[in-house]
Write a new protein. Structure first.
Length: 287
């Protein structure tokens, strides 16, 4: 096994809305797989794609996005993920964490959107929030550069973990454009259909919220955000914080600009200071 992901031996493939927040899980009557530890089981499991009604997602999001799960592109996407898993691919994050961002940040609480590209493709990294990694996982280089900018912008000292749950619970919607990836294969699930889904997510925020801050880092995020109404929302653009482009990210001061905007429009600013120590919680469960 390659850390926390889906493999052919540990396939949880049919959504169970009572147990998991991913779109794949075991139907009753099949032997269940431990989504936390991924027990090494050699059991043949039956695949079935389910309907949007069974997706567990915070009500504000679900009422707006449920229609997406009935579309042909989404049904094909889910079928492809099942096929890849049955063929032995390890997929990150595990299915119970695909919609972590939607369940930690309720729709009517969204204040800031940070748009990532696709999940980290190493073992135990991705957990459904862009740029974030689980406690105990080394901080990725791009996030280290985000921390450096926070210090320059607001004087916030970097913490020793990369777990961004605190931001999500305050209204920072940490969205990847693609919600899954395969082990050691960056961008491997681009073009499968997730982009259509997250375009719908961005358009929903654009039309159904007011005075939201969008942080678009890098060319991909900027192109993805072209639909955003800049007369209605604050759109902050810069280079990506990756070591390859960080010179264009430094001194962007997006965090102070975001808080200034929120306060100007009567919203509580974000406390960007992360807790010094964290323990893993069930980030897939709504707060």
């Amino acid at each position: 096994m390659e850390g926390r992901g889906i493999s052919s031996r540990t396939l949880a493939i049919i959504l169970d809305s009572r147990k998991n927040n991913g779109v794949l899980a075991l139907r009753e009557g099949l032997q269940r797989v431990n989504l936390s530890g991924f027990d090494d089981l050699s059991v043949e499991l039956r695949a079935e794609v389910v309907t949007g009604e069974e997706i567990k997602m915070e009500d504000g999001w679900k009422s707006r996005l449920q229609i997406q799960f009935e579309q042909p592109y989404m049904k094909e996407l889910l079928k492809t993920l099942v096929t890849r898993a049955k063929a032995g691919a390890t997929i990150y994050p595990p299915p119970d964490r695909w919609f972590t961002a939607f369940n930690l940040t309720a729709f009517d609480q969204v204040k800031v959107v940070i748009l990532g590209q696709d999940p980290y493709h190493g073992a135990n990294q991705a957990h459904g929030l862009c740029f974030s990694v689980l406690p105990g996982v080394p901080i990725p280089p791009s996030l280290r550069n985000v921390y450096k900018e926070l210090k320059e912008d607001l004087g916030i000292e970097p913490v020793k973990h990369g777990y961004l749950e605190s931001w999500a619970k305050q209204g920072v919607f940490l969205l990847n454009s693609v919600l899954t990836v395969e082990h050691s294969a960056a961008a491997s699930h681009q073009g499968l259909g997730w982009e259509t889904f997250t375009d719908a997510v961005i358009e929903t925020i654009n039309t159904d919220t007011d005075k939201t801050v969008f942080m678009l880092w890098g060319g991909y995020a900027k192109r993805k955000g072209q639909m955003i109404d800049k007369n209605r929302h604050l759109v902050l653009e810069s280079a990506h914080p990756s070591p390859l482009s960080v010179r264009g990210f430094k001194d962007c001061k997006h965090f102070s600009k975001a808080n200034d905007w929120l306060q100007k429009h009567g919203k509580t600013p974000i406390d960007w200071q992360l807790p010094e120590s964290v323990k893993l919680l069930d980030t897939a469960t709504p707060a």
